[in-house]
Design a protein around this ligand. Structure first.
Ligand code: DGL
Length: 290
């Protein structure tokens, strides 16, 4: 695919979770510009209906399209599971989601075929991962035994920056213990917030390959755009614009932890912008550099 180096790549999530995806995108494509939107006023998406998730996703896509982005990464498994198809139909530019790349990688990584999936309630109920894993397993004649668990409290734990709180360990034990008896060797972190809980998860499920969907999606996006990175992290341009729909007290702390460098404060656009003229914002705002 032919792309313009001056056009940014759009990334969105319901909150801070997509920053774990942005980290991998920057590592793969350090010379690119990125526009990140965290719909923090309406997080979590994971407990909402398909109709609402589709509605929010289209608004976020339109906001990013206003920046003349060349491609969009839906850095949210919930929106990928429930709204990728409608988003792709709606958009004139390529959009990739989290599910397919991670599902393929899970099958390739697993020796036993015993694979666990954790995600939000909406992602798990959609069975998007199960279908993608099973389809790929059938294609390459591999066995897959899948166990899926919804972990709805993990997102607020991350958004509140409670990852090291004793309550987080108790909740993680409650959610993840059933996976021990399933003898899984691979666990898909089917929510972009969960890489921030890797240490906690490894405490309960040691010696298991964790699939980080941000890593797998960034590989696909790099290939799709035909970008050949020099892999020199010192050349990271840090040309990143961050937007949120509401203030988040821990946003900068989490952003710094994810990305390894300090960013300017995100611009709070409020949901008004998304509800009314999302694609007009970039043109009208003087604070926007693109
Ligand atoms: N980070 C998101 C995901 O990957 C969504 C969490 C949420 O909004 O519930 O599913």
């Amino acid at each position: 695919m032919k792309t313009d180096a001056n056009q940014p790549i759009g990334v969105f999530d319901s909150g801070v979770g997509g920053l774990t995806v942005l980290k991998h995108l920057i590592q793969e494509m350090p010379d690119e510009q990125f526009v990140y939107l965290g719909d923090t006023a309406r997080v979590p998406y994971g407990n909402k209906s398909k109709q609402t998730i589709e509605h929010y996703t289209i608004q976020c896509i339109d906001f990013l399209l206003g920046f003349n982005v060349k491609a969009i990464v839906i850095a949210c498994n919930t929106a990928s599971a429930l709204a990728l198809e409608i988003a792709q139909k709606h958009s004139p530019i390529p959009i990739i989601g989290m599910i397919e790349p991670a599902a393929h990688y899970a099958i390739e990584s697993s020796l036993s075929g015993n694979i666990g999936i954790i995600g939000t309630r909406a992602t798990i109920h959609s069975q998007a991962y199960e279908k993608a894993i099973q389809t790929y397993a059938d294609t390459i004649h591999k066995e897959a035994h899948i166990t899926s668990i919804a972990c709805p409290l993990f997102v607020p734990i991350v958004e509140e920056d409670w990852v090291n709180h004793p309550a987080a360990l108790l909740i993680a034990k409650e959610y993840l213990s059933p996976l021990i008896s399933k003898k899984i060797d691979t666990l898909v972190l089917g929510c972009t917030h969960y890489p921030l809980l890797k240490e906690l998860i490894t405490n309960i499920l040691p010696d298991i390959t964790l699939i980080d969907c941000g890593y797998t999606a960034s590989k696909i996006m790099t290939k799709m755009l035909g970008i050949h990175s020099n892999q020199d992290s010192s050349s990271i341009s840090k040309r990143i614009q961050l937007f949120t729909t509401d203030t988040v007290h821990s946003f900068n702390v989490i952003a710094e932890r994810c990305l390894g460098f300090t960013l300017q404060d995100p611009i709070n656009i409020t949901t008004e912008v998304l509800e009314h003229h999302p694609s007009e914002y970039a043109k009208q705002s003087a604070s926007v550099k693109y």
